[in-house]
Ligand binder design. Structure first.
Ligand code: NDP
Length: 453
């Protein structure tokens, strides 16, 4: 059987044993195919059945979460924690609260997290969790009640040497605070069992900014390798949450001009440059739709989703030099990729997890445009989470500058390893192959050394 046939067998196997998990197949498909140059060279990965093992989580926990809403009615949601791989360290990955959450989404995120965490060079395994709870339209009290109910089950499965969750979509510092408080109450222990904590009680300075800042540092490395720089670039950013906001902040800091942001209802195009203070006030503080931004800035244009191009997203049809998809999975389609290439975009730098569809990826790879895969470009968040764990373990708190210097270095290392590995396997400039092989090889070799478990 050829390596390709063996890979296809693994893919068929996961489809038959985990039906209806499309996003998970998509993530596994992308990783396994890009590993072929390595798999053809080294038969140990088949001899030890590594592929069959690595696509299967070590443990999957699904639980009921019941909580009382403000009307005194009992509400029920599903909670998940997928502990994918503890080969390199304790399970580590965020929690997502969004109505679209299901097992397939959490598995895709957990699977990607294994290789992302490996690329950081730090001792962290991969996991992910969350719930189909929708924080939108809920009162503060309801969000707190839900977080406490969620932790009343999750606490059994996590621990500072076992599994250390963090935030993701719908889980920011407020939710981490409620989750942490409940864990502490149940266990009677002040332990670093979550990251993204408040800086007054064990959090790391710079964690909030880390994914967005890291994404821009990664883009700068990629542009520098092509004798270019982010300075003076017109940038299109999607999303308006944690990753997008701090991407925009760092872009300004490095002399670029971000002209867009978006949310689930529409897109803002502000040719003069996104006003960061207004964006933070509208989304971070007032939790409004971006329509409110356009009211405050009549020179900007608001494009509601109803006016998006067919099968596409308005944000990618606005001319830019660099695109930063930073909202959610599959938000950059083939139609969008064609528009970016047509408008002369030089680099697509994934801040979100798997924002580019497989059809768009294929098109991008056939065209003259740089591409940074999310598992490398957005790894700054989890890397800084590990820095938070280090500070907790040594009972220290580092300055913002100290954390930022380490983040820059980590992002440079991730870029270098992805870039060099792509070259090693005759795929120079293909960071998808480089990042996947580098991330996988370290985990797979360690699995073999540990008896493949
Ligand atoms: P937030 O919840 O802070 O923000 C998410 C943003 O994406 C919001 O603007 C939201 O719009 C928008 N969005 C969410 N779902 C959709 C959708 N279906 N269609 C259109 N827009 C949508 O999340 P983060 O910024 O933390 O995460 C963004 C991405 O980055 C995710 O893919 C996440 O997995 C990834 N990531 C995050 C890390 C982190 O440290 N936070 C680390 C690494 C990756 P609205 O306001 O309308 O809901």
């Amino acid at each position: 059987m050829t390596s390709l046939e063996k890979v296809e067998k693994v893919l068929n196997h996961i489809k038959s044993c985990s039906p209806g998990q499309d996003e998970f197949y998509q993530a596994v498909h992308e990783v396994l195919y890009s590993l072929l140059p390595l798999l053809k060279e080294d038969s140990r990965y088949f001899d030890y059945n590594i592929l069959h093992r690595i696509v299967m989580p070590e443990r999957t926990i699904i639980f009921r979460v019941t909580w009382l809403d403000d009307n005194g009615k009992i509400q029920t949601n599903l909670g998940y924690r997928v502990q994918f791989s503890s080969t390199l360290g304790p399970f580590k990955g965020g929690l997502r609260f969004h109505p679209s959450v299901n097992l397939g989404i959490i598995k895709f995120l957990g699977f990607e997290q294994i290789f992302k965490n490996s690329l950081t060079g730090l001792g962290i395994g991969g996991g992910k969790g969350g719930s189909n709870f929708d924080p939108k339209g809920k009162s503060e009290n309801e969000i707190m009640k839900f977080c406490q109910a969620f932790m009343s089950e999750l606490y059994r499965h996590i621990g500072k040497h076992t599994d250390i969750p963090a935030g993701d979509i719908g889980v920011g510092s407020k939710e981490i605070g409620y989750l942490f408080g409940e864990y502490k109450k149940i266990n009677n222990e002040f332990d670093g069992i979550l990251t993204g904590k408040g800086v007054n009680w064990g959090g790391s300075k710079g964690r909030k900014e880390a994914t967005g800042y890291g994404s821009v540092y990664f883009a700068e490395n990629w542009l520098n390798a092509n004798e270019d720089s982010i300075k003076d670039k017109i940038c299109a950013v999607s999303g308006s949450g944690n990753v997008a906001t701090y991407t925009i902040e760092k872009l300004y800091d490095m002399g670029a001009k971000p002209v867009t942001c978006s949310d689930s209802k529409g897109t803002i195009y502000h040719k003069a440059g996104i006003d960061l203070a207004t964006l933070k006030a509208v989304k971070e503080i007032n939790k409004q739709s971006l329509e409110a931004y356009a009211v405050l800035h009549p020179d900007s244009k608001y494009i509601p989703t109803s006016a998006y191009p067919k099968d596409g997203h308005a944000v990618w049809h606005i001319p830019c030099d660099v695109a930063f998809p930073s909202a959610t999975q599959n938000e950059l389609t083939l139609v969008d990729a064609k528009a970016l290439v047509k408008n002369g975009c030089k680099l697509i730098n994934e801040g979100a997890n798997m924002p580019t569809t497989p059809e768009a990826l294929e098109f991008i790879q056939q065209n003259d445009i740089l591409f940074s895969p999310g598992k490398a470009a957005n790894a700054g968040g989890v890397a800084t989470s590990q820095l938070e764990m280090s500070q907790n373990a040594s009972m220290e708190q580092w300055s913002f500058e100290e954390v930022d210097i380490k983040l820059r270095q980590i992002m440079r290392n991730i870029f270098n390893i992805a870039y060099d590995t792509a070259k090693e396997f005759d795929h120079a400039g293909d960071l998808i192959t480089g990042a996947n092989i580098a991330g996988f090889r370290k985990v797979a070799d360690s699995m073999i050394e540990q008896g493949a478990v």
